[in-house]
Structure formats: structure tokens, C-alpha cells
Design a protein around this ligand. Structure first.
Ligand SMILES: NC(=O)c1ccc[n+]([C@@H]2O[C@H](COP(=O)([O-])OP(=O)(O)OC[C@H]3O[C@@H](n4cnc5c(N)ncnc54)[C@H](OP(=O)(O)O)[C@@H]3O)[C@@H](O)[C@H]2O)c1
Length: 250
């Protein structure tokens, strides 16, 4: 650390004090990120990547996995996003910290949703987790989002109405379309607070959700998602993007 040139005791002390202050600022001003569904898949990869970037990460999950525990980040357990208790547990874990980045990643895909045999309970469940969960979490943590913070919603291009070229997947498609709409309203409502919102499709990612049949690894998806979040400003708030940088149609 540079303690300055000695131009007399007073100058040296003042210079040393300024340097120490700058050091304290950098060590205490670490950015703080919250990620839901952080115990596996894309959420785990995002948590790992954010930690590597020097963030303090609060990894929210229902139950930690060994892979998450091994990262050595702060973990909030029991965060079931469809339950008021779960969301309150997350709020308590955030405590008085100001959030720089909130990533609503937790989500589910229920297969076998066909018109001939609608799984109404499954459709409702996907709405609860995919659309309501992120909205409730964001509303609950709203006052902890610092000015300049960013909120990311991990959606799917399957929630794009224009991009729907194959039908089916009623619960997943409808719940992600609803999430996209929530994201647009959040962008408007959080703008006066100086908070920008981005709605992100991660790509087809090799995770349990798709039976590991994706096109990209979770780590690659996480890098793309974070690159889009880096680019996000209040001027671009409310956009729907692919992790690869492509703008997606609603
Ligand atoms: N993989 C893809 O190709 C793909 C494509 C488009 C969009 N996405 C989206 O990307 C996000 C992450 O998916 P992924 O591929 O990483 O899937 P994943 O491996 O199945 O992980 C899903 C995560 O969400 C959590 N979760 C599920 N229901 C929850 C609930 N009710 N409360 C709290 N947490 C819950 C899971 O926790 P548990 O371990 O406790 O179940 C897990 O951490 C999802 O929003 C998904 O829709 C994925």
C-alpha cells in the first residue's frame, strides 16, 4: 500500500489515513448479490461466477447441495419461493444489507402438459413458482435494492408468444409469459428507485430441468447472463434478451 511521500509528519499521516480509508472502502464496498435456486444448475453456476468476480453472494435455496456448500458463500436455506415463510427467511438473511444484484433464477418445468390431458395442478404450480415466486421475492426485497441495483428474471424463450412455433407446454409457456409481463411492470415501477430490470433466457442449458440435454454448459450460460446484466442500464430496462446477446420478441 502506498502511504505517500513524507512532506512533514502531518502530510504523511493525512496521506496514510487517506490510503487506509480507500483500502477500507474497497474491502467493505464489495458488491452484494442474491441468487434464488442457487443449489444446482444455472443458479449454482451464477453463484460460482459471481463469487469469482468478487461479489458477496447470498445463495438462496430450499436445501443446499454439497456443490453449493463447497463454494463457501453465505447460504439462505428453506427459501421456498411459493411460501410466505420461505420468502421471509430470505428477507431475514439479507437483513440490513443493500442489494446490488438480485437474480430470480428458481423455476420449474413440468413435462407432459398436453391438450388431451391437461395437468391443471401442474400448470398452477408452474405459475406459482415461475411467475409469482420472482414477483413476490422482488417485492419483498424492494426496499433493500440500492440505487443503481439490477434485477434479473431468468425466464425462457418458451414464454415468447411470437416465438412459439410448436405449441404445447401450456404451464411452462404461460407462466414464463406471465413472468415476462411482471418483469416489464417491475421495470417501470423500480425505475424511479434507480433500479434496472432485465428478462433473460439462458439458452438450452445442460441441467436437470432438461435431463441434461442442453446445448451449453451452465457455466457458459452464466457468463452470457452476467454479460447481459453488465450491459443493463436504466436506458435499456425492461428488455427481453437471450444470454447470447440476441434481443428476443415478446
Ligand atoms: N435449462 C434450460 O435449458 C433452461 C432454459 C430456459 C430457461 N431456464 C430457466 O432457468 C432457471 C434455472 O433452471 P435450471 O435449468 O438451472 O433448472 P434446475 O437445474 O432444475 O434448477 C432449478 C432450481 O430452481 C429451484 N426451485 C424449483 N422450485 C423451487 C421453489 N418452489 N422454491 C425455491 N426454489 C425452487 C430448484 O431447487 P431444488 O433443488 O430445491 O428443487 C433449483 O435450484 C429456471 O427459471 C428455468 O426455467 C432453463
Amino acid at each position: 500500500m502506498n502511504f505517500g511521500t513524507n512532506h512533514g509528519d502531518g502530510t504523511l499521516v493525512a496521506s496514510a489515513s487517506a490510503s487506509l480509508h480507500a483500502f477500507e472502502m474497497t474491502s467493505t464496498d464489495k458488491k452484494f448479490a442474491v441468487v434464488t435456486g442457487a443449489n444446482r444448475g444455472i443458479g449454482l453456476a451464477l453463484t460460482k461466477a459471481l463469487r469469482q468476480r468478487g461479489y458477496d453472494v447470498l445463495a438462496a435455496c430450499r436445501k443446499p447441495t454439497p456443490a453449493l456448500s463447497a463454494l463457501g458463500v453465505d447460504v439462505a436455506e428453506g427459501v421456498e419461493v411459493t411460501e410466505p415463510d420461505g420468502v421471509e427467511r430470505l428477507e431475514s438473511a439479507v437483513a440490513s444489507r443493500d442489494i446490488d444484484l438480485l437474480i430470480n433464477n428458481a423455476g420449474i418445468l413440468r413435462w407432459g402438459d398436453r391438450l388431451e390431458a391437461l395437468d391443471v395442478a401442474g400448470i398452477r404450480e408452474q405459475f406459482e413458482v415461475n411467475a409469482l415466486g420472482p414477483l413476490v421475492v422482488t417485492a419483498k426485497l424492494r426496499t433493500r435494492l440500492r440505487q443503481g441495483a439490477k434485477v434479473a428474471l431468468i425466464t425462457s424463450r418458451m414464454g415468447s408468444i411470437e416465438d412459439n412455433g410448436s405449441g404445447g407446454f401450456y404451464g411452462y409457456r404461460m407462466s414464463k409469459a406471465a413472468l415476462n409481463m411482471a418483469g416489464k411492470s417491475l421495470a417501470h415501477d423500480l425505475e424511479p428507485q434507480g433500479v434496472a430490470v432485465i428478462i433473460l433466457h439462458p439458452g438450452m442449458v445442460k441441467t436437470e430441468m432438461v435431463g441434461d440435454h442442453g446445448q451449453v454448459e451452465p457455466e457458459q450460460a452464466a457468463e452470457g447472463l452476467l454479460a447481459r446484466i453488465d450491459e443493463l442500464t436504466l436506458a435499456t430496462t425492461g428488455g427481453f434478451w437471450h444470454a447470447n446477446g440476441e434481443r428476443l420478441p415478446w
